[in-house]
Design a protein around this ligand. Structure first.
Ligand code: SAM
Length: 286
């Protein structure tokens, strides 16, 4: 296959197929030749693995995944890319492209159908308009995957990989840490894409945990508390929780104190265990 990181090759493909970028679909394609091999290698694309890719673009990462893994299933929402992929992936027999919205795709069924006898992992350069929802969808559906390796906007990567209890922490940090061990792998400059976005990016890997690091009796309620805690960023935990959960402030303060914390504590200061403790106390007040 021709070099899919070469701008002239891409321009030629686009003009032959009459393709133009869709900003709404977050189409920024990788043109830096060193990035995709690294994502594939660090993302478990190797013998014995089936890889799910989300958003193929012209298939630049798909190619690197298909070279290394036993099987690749790529989910791409934009049907205009299908004839292009027919061309750019023609030499691989181990790739299946599904034309669908990943958020409406039963990925567990995909794994069962396509990856029999293989371990599974996810690799993607995610569309930025929908990064967190996709990551949460993958985690909450408890996909049987070893890792999720994704390119995201740099600030999103910092937040996703922040340590719970640190300043950069948000609701998504706590959720990610509950399901996985996140690692920031490497940074990617905005010039590595066509068209170049306004921000830099980074690649992170979430290594899926076999069991969560904290015990919670009601997961749904635990995540309701976490989301509620961060719903009003500038408020302290007591104010945030009482307004987002519609609970009496004094009751919330008592639950926070009963968890051994100061009533003025801010949500970003809590560890996962402390969130679990507060949720446990609050669940008794519901
Ligand atoms: N993997 C390619 C690359 O690195 O050059 C393309 C990455 S581009 C940032 C994101 C891709 O995701 C685009 O091809 C876009 O059409 C696709 N996409 C956007 N929203 C999607 C969705 N909800 N489900 C599946 N694919 C989606």
């Amino acid at each position: 296959m021709e070099n899919l990181t070469n701008i002239n090759v891409i321009k030629d493909i686009f003009s032959r197929h009459g393709f133009t970028f869709s900003k709404a679909l977050g189409q920024n394609f990788i043109i830096n030749p060193s990035v995709c091999p690294k994502i594939a290698e660090m993302g478990n694309a190797r013998e014995g693995f089936g890889i799910i890719e989300i958003g193929t673009g012209v298939g630049v990462l798909t190619n690197e995944l298909a070279k290394r893994a036993d099987k690749v299933v790529a989910v791409e929402i934009d049907e205009r890319l299908l004839p292009i992929l027919n061309e750019t992936l023609s030499e691989y027999e181990n790739v299946t492209v599904i034309n669908a919205d990943v958020m409406k795709t039963d990925l567990k069924a995909v794994i069962d159908e396509h990856f029999s006898g293989l371990e599974a992992a996810v690799c993607a350069n995610l569309p930025y308009y929908i990064t967190s929802p996709i990551i949460m969808y993958l985690l909450e559906s408890r996909l049987p995957v070893k890792s999720i390796t994704v390119m995201v906007q740099k600030e999103a990567g910092v937040r996703l990989c922040a340590k719970p209890g640190s300043r950069e922490c948000g609701a998504v940090t706590a959720a990610v840490n509950y399901y996985a061990e996140p690692k920031l792998l490497f940074n990617v400059s905005r010039g590595s894409f066509m068209p170049a976005p306004n921000v830099d990016s980074c690649v992170i890997r979430l290594d899926i945990r076999e069991t969560p690091p904290v015990e919670v009796s009601d997961e749904k309620f635990f995540f309701k508390v976490v989301r509620g805690a961060f719903s009003q960023r500038r408020k302290n935990l007591a104010n945030s929780l009482s307004s987002s959960m519609g609970m009496n402030k004094q009751i919330v303060i008592e639950a926070i104190r009963a968890a051994g914390l100061s009533e003025n504590i801010r949500p970003e200061q809590l560890t996962l265990q402390q969130f679990a403790d507060v949720a446990e106390k609050l669940s008794k007040e519901e």
